[in-house]
Design a binder for this molecule. Structure first.
Ligand code: AG3
Length: 289
């Protein structure tokens, strides 16, 4: 924490200690040390209520919809049948909330290692956590890597909604993990993951995408701006055995035409262009021919 003038600020220090994202604090609402991490909620002038895990920004009221909408509606629009969803991480419930907007989604298994993240989000960010009241949501507090072992041909979509590739989340970016997620998917299944910021490339995104390419025949990427994540330019991976992330299904357009009026980021025009990448995005992630 730093102090500028009379006000108190929260800073996320990132890119190997070389850059900070800072927010003026209005109120500190919560702070605890769970079995896994420090969980905090602050209220800020710029981004509203803001959930932090080990000092890193995870969910803010101002921009959470971007991340949560793209993770759910992109796979929904390209996969003919989408009934069974697996979310690994995502204890705030935001991705689950977006999937559950679709009546044909029958079940969402949410595997979050830290139960306290769920409880704290329910208490302080209730609009994000609405999915926990939906009977189609099945929440299991356990390690995603353990959960996935032995699962076969079960899910239509798997979303890896993790923290950065370090500490206990590191295992969620490996070849082995991607291969077991693929096994858990049906033949036309899709896996998506958050994949960090390519500008200063703290986590070697080429190696993460190479791990994805080792497991899946089709690997694509797109970006969407996340105001509260380091450097804002945030990338996401789309991986499948064949289905392309940018081929929207004609059969789902009418439904989405109505739904997208209520969404804040996602619409089909944006989706169609999202997979066209800039040079830096292609180069850092290894998409150059
Ligand atoms: N998932 C965390 C993305 C990574 C943020 N990194 C950071 N602030 N250094 C967010 C969970 C949203 N459901």
């Amino acid at each position: 924490m730093s102090v500028v003038g009379n006000s108190e600020w929260y800073s996320e220090i990132c890119f190997r200690g070389s850059l900070a994202m800072s927010y003026k604090i209005k109120n500190r609402l919560h702070c605890e040390q769970s079995k896994y991490q420090k969980i905090e909620v602050i209220d800020t002038e710029s981004v509203g209520r803001f959930l932090l895990l080990d000092g890193k920004g995870m969910v803010s009221e101002r921009d959470e919809f971007v991340y949560h909408e793209v993770m759910a509606h992109i796979p929904y629009m390209v996969k003919p049948e989408l009934k069974k969803v697996l979310i690994i991480g995502g204890g705030d419930g935001g991705v689950a909330r977006e999937f559950l907007r679709h009546p044909d989604v029958e079940r969402v298994d949410l595997i979050e290692i830290d139960e306290r993240v769920v409880e704290v989000t329910k208490q302080f960010l209730p609009e994000v956590a609405t999915a926990f009241a939906d009977p189609r949501l099945n929440f299991l507090p356990m390690d995603g890597i353990e959960f996935i072992k032995g699962k076969e041909n079960e899910y239509d979509v798997a979303i890896i909604d993790s923290t950065d590739p370090e500490d206990f989340a590191e295992g969620l970016f490996t070849k082995e993990f991607y291969a077991s997620v693929k096994k858990s998917l049906k033949d036309d299944g899709i896996m998506m993951a958050q994949t960090e910021n390519p500008f200063l490339d703290e986590y070697n995104l080429k190696s993460i995408y190479d791990n994805l390419r080792a497991a899946y025949p089709n690997v694509q990427s797109f970006f969407a701006p996340m105001l509260v994540y380091p450097g804002v330019f945030w990338t996401f991976a789309f991986a499948s055995k064949g289905i392309k992330g940018n081929e929207l299904l004609a059969s789902k357009r009418a439904e989405m035409e109505k739904m997208q009026k209520d969404l804040k980021w996602y619409n089909m025009d944006w989706h169609e262009g999202a997979f066209k990448l800039s040079n830096i995005h292609k180069r850092v992630l290894g998409f150059e021919d």
